[in-house]
Design a protein around this ligand. Sequence first.
Ligand code: ATP
Length: 298
Amino acid sequence: MLQAKITAYAKINLVLDVLRKREDGYHEVAMVMQAVDLSDTIHLKESERNWITTNNRHIPMNMNNLAMRAVTLMQREFPGKVPKMEVDLEKRIPVAAGMAGGSTDCAGVMLGINQMCNLGLTQKELELLAAQLGSDIPFCIGGPTALATGRGELIEPLPECPELHLVVVKPPFGVSTPKVYGNLRVDEITEHPDVQACIHGLQMKDTKQILNSMGNVLEKSTFELQPKVKLIKDGMRTHGAQHVLMSGSGPTVFAAFEEKKEAEQYYNRLKPQYPGAILTRTINKKQLDERVEVYGRE
Ligand code: ATP
């Protein structure tokens, strides 16, 4: 029986800028996105019917789950080539965190089906299909470092980020991405992050420049909706991190370090106050290229 195991990695935004609100209601963004070593594991198996099992009670256990939406999209696009599937989703990425947890599961299923069923789709073709299901999904198809523009679905690969060590804090509540964008007043943004400086830092492999250019214009909006997120960010700074940023629309906040040892010491200092803190790092292309494992082929 044909099966696949997929490691679906989370992301952070090193830079998130919003340029304007478009006529179609979406916001025009410019984001430097980075895959991180925090992942869900997806098992795909040919089955009599489409169904999903998961270890997480807080996500839909039906066809609304983004992993299942990927299955039905692929079945619709490639009739007769994609069998019914059982999806087992082992979630470790925090839900509604701003780390693209659902998007990466969706992308992982599409990548898995592409290989399992020998569809031969290119990365670009998969990205185009993925954009139908959500703005963050095309990035999750590719990565590990990319510029996302448009509503976030137009992806340009960037030079790989030198390894950064991260301490991630996910508060015990979620925030709704549409609410954060709804609360944003683009014309009142006074300070835009310097996306080009970050890209230049990546091109030059200049970690300090990358860290110094980190920024996220959604922070103010999320802080207004959930003031606790600002308290966490301030608290993380007080514990001695220089580069602290909210990821995506939040509420996850991360601290980034050049040196592993520094991140480990910081993590140990932070842990008593934030027991759920996660120590992780950015990932490279080689690790991403090994995401999908197909087995059971005769
Ligand atoms: P993004 O960073 O792309 O905005 P996020 O990290 O903020 O995403 P998700 O973890 O993707 O948020 O969850 C957003 C919503 O999607 C949740 O309310 C959840 O119920 C729903 N959802 C559907 N499928 C999944 C999935 N496979 N994993 C997590 N959430 C899912």
